[in-house]
Design a protein around this ligand. Structure first.
Ligand code: GLA
Length: 727
């Protein structure tokens, strides 16, 4: 059992292979956080210290003991109202405006298996254990269950919270954060992934100081701007050394990740739902679930931490048939022809795809309603047969006759004002009565907090999916939410959360009903790249930016919390449509060769030489795909600090490895690039497949390899190494 309880000391131990998490229900019934770090069995309550501190109050039941203060002691689930003036994880407003919740320990339950969260995505695992700790506020009649899932093998601990109003009058939940971590001392950095549309997940590493540092989203989606994955790293931690903690929010809506060093140099980290526009009413008999936070600890630096999250996504978040399957190489029509296509053009694309080994054609935006640009028809999920020149079934059949599979784009959560749906049901769009809503991409958001709207969209989309053989769906979401109001409720503080439940319910229903479809998430590229979406769609379009050089940065940042298999990545045309940059086809292939590889250009326009190159690229990808899917990924350079991007994927047996290097900046008379490899076997030799050169694994890891690149900008290389002997 990975979860133990010491009855005398009332200490809980959560053990994973390499980490231990401890907390204690103390004499006053407060649940104190004792420890999270390297695996150990010793009780850590000796670390608690008690001093009389000025202006840190004492609970009434501590009597005259001025040395006991929730303001100073490490808290497992800090609440507003107990005299802990730091950032808290839980805020409850009573009907009269008071904030006086006081949660005390009541009991616990340990069970086998991993808890699930109704209506919400969450980690699942066959081999896992669950701990539920009950905290209670008797005056408010509130029961709060802190839930912990322990996946020992993968060094993963999950946290969530269930709040039940068992006997009280109505209260409003104003903040419910799934996770809080208190550190007694130490200097930590907060690593976050910021960005913008078409340039997501850049890395920022900042020392945690006094004053709250936070990232989050109030856009109704997890956002391009800040990813809901962050790392707390010891100030000295590097890729391969030092202590670090990762936290990933399994949710696709508003979030907040907050870190603060307090008056005594203690660090608190809180992650969960954003407080903005959140005020969830809870009447007697009602219950609320906070989305889950996945935590992991590594004592061996950032790379090991990333591997924990990669494994977690691959084995415990993604589901369905494609979870472990190598995904088809696809060509997407978006950058190939945007809205300018007919059925014949798509069939020709399929024909060309078949010749080059590309396995699927995806018909992106523009196939429904009268959508000829991005100003109309969202919500009218009727096939535009006039444009296609045939039915969807006929189109898919014509494509399949070429030996190529067929995929389609949808954007279910949106509505255009120029649509029959909006004309018939303007009240289904999210907008505040009497106020003109903010438009974005000239579209509005449907009220998915209203189950009737979700049901309607379900019927329309499932009717499309039944019309033809469709092997893939790209689920897009192309604006942030604003003007939050649902005609379906009197409590607008619930809408953003209920909206996400609506989205998840539709995803669950469609992915269950159409299990053979490969689902890809998308939100203007990576605007909703999070664990919540990955629970339904095993891959997400990483960015609308397909520029090979920018992708090196974007994929580098993404790799800290997500595996290659999750990143949709395509080779596109040059000059690149987002940056105007010209890179050669080889480099575009190297950059795009992640777990979910494809093309985003008009294959028909390639020259014969380029077609041969594409054929070779596809063949190479198919050769290395098993390695990319199951191998261990190491970042070998930091593109934000170096002139090149370098990474390697090594299979778990250390028999093959694929090294990729992309030159980001070219200067005159440049120094040679040397790359130190990682993850190889130090007592083995490796042969470079293309040249036959033989290297010692130990040498490659100790002193590296000189990388020789062709003359010119943005050159790259990909080196496949195969183990040949063991000493
Ligand atoms: C978004 C997506 C693109 C494409 C367009 C279609 O921007 O990220 O890949 O599908 O929508 O409108």
């Amino acid at each position: 059992m990975a979860i133990l309880f010491d009855m005398d000391k009332r200490i809980f131990y959560l053990h994973t292979k390499n980490s231990t998490y401890q907390m204690q229900a103390d004499k006053h019934g407060y649940l104190l956080h004792l420890y999270y770090g390297k695996r150990l069995d010793a009780p850590m309550d000796y670390m608690l210290t008690f001093f009389d501190r000025g202006f840190s109050g004492n609970p009434y039941d501590a009597d005259r003991d001025r040395t006991y203060s929730p303001d100073v002691l490490p808290q497992e689930f800090p609440v507003l109202g107990t005299g802990d003036y730091r950032n808290v994880a839980f805020k409850v407003r009573e009907d009269n405006g008071c904030y006086g919740c006081d949660l005390r320990y009541e009991g616990f339950r340990i069970s086998e298996g991993k808890y699930a969260l109704p209506g919400l995505p969450a980690v699942y695992a066959e081999k896992a254990d669950t701990l539920e700790i009950l905290l209670k506020d008797a005056r408010l009649g509130l029961e709060v269950y802190l839930m912990y899932g322990v996946i020992e093998e993968n060094d993963i601990i999950t946290r969530s919270v269930r709040v039940e109003n068992v006997s009280g009058s109505r209260v409003y939940l104003e903040k419910v954060s799934g996770a809080c971590l208190d550190f007694l001392y130490g200097q930590y950095d907060l690593i976050t992934f910021y960005g913008r549309h078409a340039m997501e997940r850049n890395l920022q590493r900042m020392e945690i100081g006094h004053g709250r540092q936070s990232v989050g989203s109030s856009r109704g989606c997890s956002s391009h701007q800040y990813n809901p994955f962050v790392i707390l790293a010891d100030a000295h931690a590097t890729e391969s050394m030092g202590e670090c903690y990762g936290a990933s929010f399994v949710y696709s809506g508003n979030f907040s990740a907050e870190a603060e060093k307090d008056q005594f140099g203690q660090t608190r980290f809180v992650m969960g739902l954003s407080e903005e526009q959140f005020s969830y009413p809870l009447s007697k008999g009602e219950c609320f679930y906070a989305p889950e936070v996945i935590l992991s600890y590594s004592g061996e630096g950032l790379n090991t931490l990333s591997d924990h999250f990669h494994q977690c996504v691959k084995k415990h978040i993604c589901r369905g048939r494609y979870r472990d399957q190598i995904r088809p190489v696809l060509v997407n029509s978006w950058e190939a022809c945007y809205f300018d296509f007919d059925g014949d053009a798509i069939v020709e694309l399929a024909e060309q795809a078949a010749e080059l080994g590309v396995e699927m054609v995806v018909l992106d935006d523009g196939w429904f309603g009268h959508r000829e640009d991005d100003n109309s028809s969202l919500g009218d999920w009727e096939v535009n047969e006039r444009k296609l020149g045939c039915t969807l079934a006929q189109l898919s059949q014509r494509i399949q006759e070429k030996g190529v599979r067929f995929g389609l784009w949808i954007e279910p959560e949106m509505v255009s004002e120029d649509s029959d749906l909006y004309r018939n049901h303007p009240e289904w769009a999210i907008a505040i009565p009497g106020k003109k809503p903010v438009r974005a991409r000239n579209q509005l958001v449907l009220d998915f907090a209203n189950p009737i709207v979700v049901q309607y969209i379900y019927e329309k989309i499932s009717a499309v999916l039944k019309q033809a053989r469709i092997d893939y769906i790209k689920w897009d979401m192309n604006r942030s939410l604003s003007d939050i109001y649902s005609g379906n409720t009197k409590e607008q503080g619930k809408v953003l959360y209920d909206y996400m439940l609506g989205v998840y319910s539709l995803l669950e229903r469609l992915t269950t009903e159409f299990p053979d479809i490969l689902w890809e998430g998308c939100s203007g590229g990576g605007g909703r790249f999070d664990m919540g979406m990955l629970y339904y769609t095993p891959q997400i379009w990483c960015s609308d930016n397909t520029d090979a050089i920018d992708r090196v940065y974007i994929q580098y940042g993404t790799s800290f919390g997500y595996p290659l298999t999750a990143m949709g990545s395509h080779v596109s045309a040059v000059p690149n449509h987002q940056t105007g940059r010209v890179t050669d086809l080889g480099t575009r292939g190297v950059a795009a060769m992640t777990g979910a590889f494809g093309y985003e250009l008009d294959l028909r326009k390639l020259t014969d030489v380029e077609k041969n190159q594409v054929r070779e690229q596809v063949a190479r990808y198919k050769q290395v795909a098993p390695l990319l899917y199951d191998g261990r990924y190491y970042r070998l350079s930091n593109p934000f600090q170096e002139e090149f991007g370098a990474w390697i994927v090594v299979d778990r047996e250390k028999k093959t490895a694929l090294l990729s290097v992309v030159l980001l900046e070219r200067h005159g008379n440049m120094p040679v690039i040397y790359v130190k490899l990682q993850g190889l076997s130090s007592d083995a030799k490796y042969r470079e497949q293309d040249t036959g050169r033989v290297f010692s694994g130990a040498a490659l890891m100790a002193y590296g390899m000189p990388i020789t690149l062709k003359y010119g900008e943005y050159q790259s290389c990909q080196i496949l190494l195969e183990k040949i002997e063991s000493n």
